[in-house]
Design a protein. Structure first.
Length: 325
């Protein structure tokens, strides 16, 4: 029986309606795999090995079958006793800890590198989680991105705004649409936006030319081992907003991939796979790649519901093939 261990936030914090990690746990359990979980605080390194206190996860049978929140008991999961376990023991470790991408997150990748050296397959590859900043990494595909600049010097950023007139400013370490600002050509707040996001010129940020096609949605395209799922989730901004993030009130509408979507996925996917990033979500607005999400991509449940898919099941099957589980 394959054993898959999930490094997660507390299970009690999961959103039962849309959590993608829950879908992965379900897919593994339906395949008869052993499912365990642990948190960042459960890890330690001693005696030349990485260890963690793992807990078996049991999911109510009726809820497991459908993932219908209406069928979920309280609590929806049963946790076994914590067992100190060599992190090389699981066949597969899924790194599904949400950002913030802080030093604790980085330390977790150090533990997971030891786990990989001890024999576990780790998804996504810990070193690539550190290397592939979700916004900066898009700069490696200049034929796919809109005009952009990454800088911290206020004059450079202000000059980019003056050149393009309608610009989106964002931090390099944000998520969920937090601290993303759109500044039109006559916006009197450009200076203060730059000042605050760069912490007075001490922090690198990104500015992108505004892509007006955001009104049709910020598309999340999921990739499994470098190959795109056939449908994207277009996250459409609510009225008066320029952010499509679901966390910022956007509405998710599924759509088939366009020819341009496939081109972008074809450019990015092979590099992701080469780096050991076997589950990722790329964001596309209009014809442009805007971000590459590698830490804890979501939108599985929304696409499953709209198109009768089983993305987590496809992912587990591909990982089983990839690692001989």
């Amino acid at each position: 029986m394959p054993h898959v261990a999930f490094l997660t936030d507390p299970l009690a914090s999961f959103d039962l309606k849309k959590d993608s990690t829950l879908a992965m746990m379900r897919a593994a359990a339906l395949r008869g795999w052993r499912v365990t979980c642990f948190e960042q605080s459960d890890m330690a390194w001693r005696d030349g090995r990485a260890w963690a206190a793992l807990r078996d996860v049991g999911i109510d049978a009726a809820f497991l079958e459908s993932l219908d929140p209406a069928l979920a008991p309280t609590p929806w999961h049963r946790l076994g006793a914590a067992v100190e376990t060599d992190l090389g023991a699981p066949d597969l470790i899924m790194m599904r800890k949400d950002p913030p991408f802080d030093m604790e997150y980085i330390y977790a990748t150090y533990f997971l590198e030891h786990a990989a050296a001890q024999g576990a397959a780790v998804v996504n590859a810990p070193g690539s989680l550190r290397d592939c900043n979700e916004k900066f990494f898009a700069s490696w595909f200049p034929d796919c991105v809109p005009p952009l600049i990454i800088a911290r010097h206020p004059e450079r950023l202000a000059g980019f705004h003056a050149e393009h007139g309608d610009v989106v400013f964002k931090p390099l370490d944000g998520m969920g649409g937090v601290n993303i600002f759109r500044a039109r050509h006559d916006d009197p707040n450009v200076g203060v936006i730059i000042e605050n996001l760069t912490a007075r010129g001490t922090r690198q940020i990104m500015a992108q030319r505004f892509v007006p096609e955001i009104v049709a949605g910020d598309k999340r395209i999921l990739l499994i081992a470098g190959e795109p799922v056939e449908y994207a989730l277009a996250r459409i901004p609510r009225a008066g907003e320029s952010r499509g993030n679901l966390a910022a009130g956007g509405t998710g509408v599924g759509r088939p991939l366009t020819e341009r979507d496939r081109f972008i996925a074809g450019r990015v996917g092979p590099e992701l796979k080469r780096r050991g990033i076997l589950f990722a979500g790329i964001d596309v607005i209009g014809d442009y790649l805007t971000e590459i999400n590698v830490t804890c991509p979501t939108c599985i449940r929304e696409l499953d519901a709209q198109f009768s898919l089983d993305i987590a099941g496809d992912l587990m099957d591909r990982l089983a093939e990839e690692f001989g589980l």
